[in-house]
Design a protein around this ligand. Structure first.
Ligand SMILES: *[C@@H]1O[C@H](CO)[C@@H](O)[C@H](O)[C@H]1NC(C)=O
Ligand SMILES: *[C@@H]1O[C@H](CO)[C@@H](O)[C@H](O)[C@H]1NC(C)=O
Ligand SMILES: *[C@@H]1O[C@H](CO)[C@@H](O)[C@H](O)[C@H]1NC(C)=O
Length: 152
């Protein structure tokens, strides 16, 4: 009787699952990385090599809407100001878009920690997709901060 609609439904369901699996496969885990500088907006300024870095800063990516398994995900900037936060996104048909729209990168350690003349405030930035790279059977998707602003 209702065999045809059922077959169509199963077929549509299988297509949806496949596209989810495919989206997950080409995104994999997300690496959010960069270098923090000890400036009013955490950016290098005009002379990158002359700008002091912000070491030992607590960095965190926090997401709304449960798009990432391990949110909030934490890291600390190293002696060169370099940080790497790893995110494990939940499968969805548009993982990159949902991570970009739901997740923010925070610098929780106040700027004044690296230079007392800077504000005693945290920083926040949106994320930007850079590229997805295949590593063996897995994928790594790179994202970076779009630019920090002081967090009120
Ligand atoms: C982030 O990591 C990638 C891959 O290791 C590297 O090519 C890139 O230069 C890093 N970005 C920053 C801002 O450190
Ligand atoms: C940047 O700073 C370095 C180290 O202080 C200096 O050697 C270099 O000349 C500066 N570059 C510019 C373009 O000002
Ligand atoms: C990151 O740190 C916060 C506290 O600032 C903690 O609640 C959270 O569980 C940590 N995240 C992970 C993945 O350990």
């Amino acid at each position: 009787m209702a065999l045809k609609p059922l077959v169509i439904l199963v077929f549509v369901g299988a297509m949806a699952l496949m596209s989810v699996a495919e989206a997950q496969n080409t995104v994999g885990i997300v690496h959010v990385n960069g270098t923090l500088y000890c400036t009013a907006d955490g950016s290098p300024g005009p002379n990158e090599t002359a700008t002091p870095v912000f070491s030992n800063a607590a960095v965190q990516v926090a997401c709304s809407n449960d798009v990432v398994f391990n949110s909030p995900s934490n890291a600390t900037s190293n002696g060169n100001g370099v940080y790497l936060v790893v995110l494990l996104p939940r499968p969805s048909p548009s993982i990159v878009a949902s991570v970009v729209s739901n997740c923010r990168l925070f610098v929780r350690t106040p700027l004044s920690t690296c230079n007392p003349s800077l504000p005693s405030a945290a920083l926040v930035s949106s994320l930007r997709f850079v590229r997805s790279v295949q590593v063996g059977f897995a994928w790594i998707t790179y994202m970076v901060a779009t630019g920090f602003t002081l967090q009120a």
